[in-house]
Ligand binder design. Sequence first.
Ligand code: ADP
Length: 499
Amino acid sequence: MKPLAVLSVASEAFPFVKTGGLADVVGALPAALAAEGVTVWTLVPGYPGVLAALPVADVALRLPDFYGGDARLVVGRAAGLDVVALDAPHLYARPGNPYLGPDGREWPDNALRYAALAAAAAELARGRVPTLAPDIVHAHDWQAGLTPAFLRYGEGGHAATVMTVHNLAFQGQFPHQLLPALGLPPEAFSIEGVEYYGSIGFLKAGLALADRITTVSPTYAGEIRTPEGGMGLDGLLRARAGVLSGILNGLDTAAWDPATDPLIPANFDVRTLPRRSANKTALQARFGLDPDPNALLFGVVSRLTWQKGMDLLHEALPAVDRAHAQLVVLGAGDRPLEAAFTAAAARRPGRMATMIGYDEALAHLVQAGADALLVPSRFEPCGLTQLAALRYGSLPVAARVGGLADTIVDANDMALASSAGTGFVFSPVSRETLEIVVDRVAALWRQQVVWRRVQVRAMFTDVGWTRPARCYAALYGELAAQEHAHPAAHAPTHADAAT
Ligand code: ADP
């Protein structure tokens, strides 16, 4: 049987361009799907980092006068991915963060930049390039959200569509006047289509028009159907609940393997756990903390934002002080939070340190050296840092939301009594509950034998891509097997004529 062919469409893919977990997922899922007999082409914008990674690339399709300039789709293989890059210098030949200009603001033409990505995806989904014709087109987040809209309002038959929400907070809303410039017909601006409270909603369009919707954890799939978690889209998501499911993300267990990780000074696994302490020593040295092996060392690897509960953590620092614990913070984000954490560290020399910035290698050292990783997110679609923490034996201390709730078993007394528990989970998310959980962590730290057992269970947690990839492969298989009733794709049948 011919393997299923999927076109994955996204604005980021690790290792070429990454601002968050989306890139990790898009970069890691294809290899796991290959093991399930699914072939994946990954369509990404031709940012400088993408084109540089594809020195040998074939032109698959020329797209003259495409959103303000000539463009082309180039294909090549890099970092284990079969990449299709939308080479459109007028849209993407800009260094740095993919979404923000040098002034830190969104590029003013982001609507066009990501409409172009979706329009290119639609060309491929219609089979314009026979060697790249997919059975399924899988759109990730708002930047790819218009893909189902171009297919719905365009001509011809096409692949089935899956829309995945990695974070409902980012929706891609733009003024309705842009509709013609985006290449959409007037009828697309309707409640069934791209219209969203008087604007054009890229993610909304994808959620309304895709054949299937997934999000990145079962709990988040439930949360986004509630008024509290739905961010304005809960009504639509309730209406589409029958085609919505949650599939947990996995971790790239090759890149994140404490036994082989070249980014940490001492490799270890469950059998050689004592070696881990060398990483703690290195982490304390790197951040200028007191070299105390007995101090409970908390770590943070996070965007410094409201979503991530970083303001609550800042308020809860007295609990860290009370526990005589140490804290390292690696993150970047909101300027006031960056300043607050930097100042808090300055007041706690030897016990707390803050590193503002994005540093992949340092993230590995924090995971390998910290005793516990704090993830007090207000909402968390899946979360990847807690998966790395589990694998590296840094006990996650997390809010009971989204994927955090689905991946960590709270080590409370009941759990411990039945040899369960892989971290700490608290709710509701507040400064008070965060302080209480810090106290709980400190109490368990004083029972080193029990702590070790929790650590070993954490490290045995299955955080890889095999299981999630099976879920995606099953979803694709179901969709491909369905008779696909796209009106434009089918000639009228007798049944149509009879009605
Ligand atoms: P989100 O995508 O919402 O930011 P996730 O937990 O899903 O959160 O993914 C975050 C990813 O980015 C993880 O791979 C994490 O290690 C990484 N990361 C976040 N902040 C930093 C940082 N300051 N330096 C290095 N890596 C970071």
